[in-house]
Design a protein around this ligand. Structure first.
Ligand SMILES: Cc1cc2nc3c(=O)[nH]c(=O)nc-3n(C[C@H](O)[C@H](O)[C@H](O)COP(=O)(O)O)c2cc1C
Length: 397
């Protein structure tokens, strides 16, 4: 049963004609046990009265960034800290666009920047406005910033048009917010993720490496942290910001990565091997920079340790999940990897497709265990990671 007992919800109401439904949203949130405070934009106040919202929420309605009566005159910080979740319903096209740009010119947009709470956006507008490239791009951007979008419905609109853009039903909005607090089985678990490329030195200035960016691993780190896990990252070379809720350990070579994993694996419940670890390293690292005095040079390579296999062979091994970056015979190679390494799941991606995989912001993967083989269709790595966390929670925990 979904519930909002003991949860503080800020309901932002912006300038959509659907704002007249906002008192009903307050009631549906209260039905689930939430304490609700309303922030009304100037646009929102054109469509619903402050008095109605005050009466149903049983709290003063906040509509002024410059409120002298707010704690230390900083209502935006007070509300941002108070909230367990902020829902903007209805969210106007204008407010959505302002959020994308990080604007802070009214109480609602300022508090969104100041809050660490979960944010749900329920757009409501004319079908043409909703379908416009600007609004669609803006919503994708907010989704990639981990905001959740309550998709509007299809139907007849206040302006007489028929199409997509009607505010989602108040009951559905309340349930979607409650859904944000439903713990996956990852809550309270320790998750270790390796990510990025390893760097294998040839001499003091040159190295062998690969194109891994760390984006998929970092998206998984965020999704696991959001699901309530304690995340440890073993980080190779990456070109993405480190998830602030995770503990990060920086490494360079595969051997260093193996040591960092071994040093920290005993307390882990889940191990996700997402790093692109070099299969081979130079047998000898030249002490000095190799001179350009010969026509040809060859470098002897020796096999690197297989970190995932090592962890899979531990006596009390954590749940082990590997990535298979393949370019041919995708499913067959991935299933062989699952069996040969002895891991619990393999996440397969096709790195021959430049739209997905290495360096790209997008991915398309198969989640494979000995019982399931499910495709997760092309999407941003952030959304793919969230779906993978649900799959891990449903099938391996
Ligand atoms: C009658 C009328 C109805 C409107 N309905 C909507 C709407 O449903 N959705 C929307 O995004 N904008 C709608 N707008 C435009 C917004 O009210 C306008 O962009 C306003 O600046 C939004 O302010 P806010 O985002 O600060 O609340 C409407 C405007 C008018 C005059």
């Amino acid at each position: 049963m979904k519930t909002l007992t003991n949860k503080n919800i800020v309901l932002g109401v912006s300038g959509s004609i659907a704002a007249y439904k906002s008192p009903d949203i307050v009631r549906r949130l209260q039905d689930l046990g939430a304490e609700v405070r309303v922030v009304l934009t100037a646009g929102g106040a054109e469509f619903v009265s402050e008095r109605s919202l005050q009466a149903v929420s049983k709290n003063k309605v906040h509509d002024n960034l410059w409120d002298k009566e707010a704690e230390l005159s900083m209502g935006h910080i007070e509300l941002a800290k108070w909230a367990d979740a902020v829902v903007i319903a209805p969210a106007s096209a204008n407010t959505i666009a302002k959020l994308c740009h990080g604007k802070a010119d009214d109480l609602l947009t300022t508090l969104i920047l100041a809050t660490a709470a979960k944010v749900l956006i329920a757009p409501a507008m004319n079908q043409q406005m909703y379908g416009s490239l600007a609004t669609q791009d803006n919503l994708k951007l907010l989704e990639n910033r981990s905001m959740v979008i309550a998709k509007p419905e299809f139907g007849e609109q206040a302006c007489g048009d028929i199409g997509e853009g009607r505010l989602a039903e108040p009951t559905s909005i309340a349930l979607q917010i409650a859904g944000l607090f439903q713990n996956t089985k990852l809550a309270g678990k320790n998750v270790m993720i390796t990510l990025g490329a390893t760097i294998e030195a040839i001499d003091p200035v040159r190295f062998i490496s690969n194109h891994s960016s760390g984006k998929m691993g970092m998206a998984l780190a965020s999704a696991c942290a959001e699901a309530g896990a304690t995340v440890t990252l073993i980080i190779g070379a990456i070109s993405v910001a480190v998830e602030s809720r995770a503990k990060g350990i920086l490494v360079t070579s595969a051997s260093e990565m193996l040591k960092a994993v071994n040093d920290n694996i005993s307390e882990q419940d889940i191990f996700i091997s997402c790093a692109a670890v070099a299969d081979y390293r130079p047998t000898n690292i030249a002490k000095n920079k190799i001179k350009k005095d010969r026509e040809t040079v060859s470098i002897d390579l020796v096999r690197n340790p297989d970190i995932l296999s090592n962890i899979c062979q531990m006596k009390d091994k954590p749940v082990c999940i590997g990535f298979a970056a393949e370019t041919e015979n995708l499913l067959e190679n991935a299933k062989n990897k699952l069996k040969n390494k002895g891991c619990d799941a393999i996440i397969l991606n096709d790195v021959s497709n430049s739209k997905i995989g290495l360096k790209s912001d997008q991915n398309e993967v198969f989640f494979i265990t000995d019982k399931v083989c499910e495709k997760i269709e092309i999407n941003s790595k952030i959304i793919i990671a969230k779906k993978l966390v649900i799959k891990i929670s449903e099938t391996l925990m």
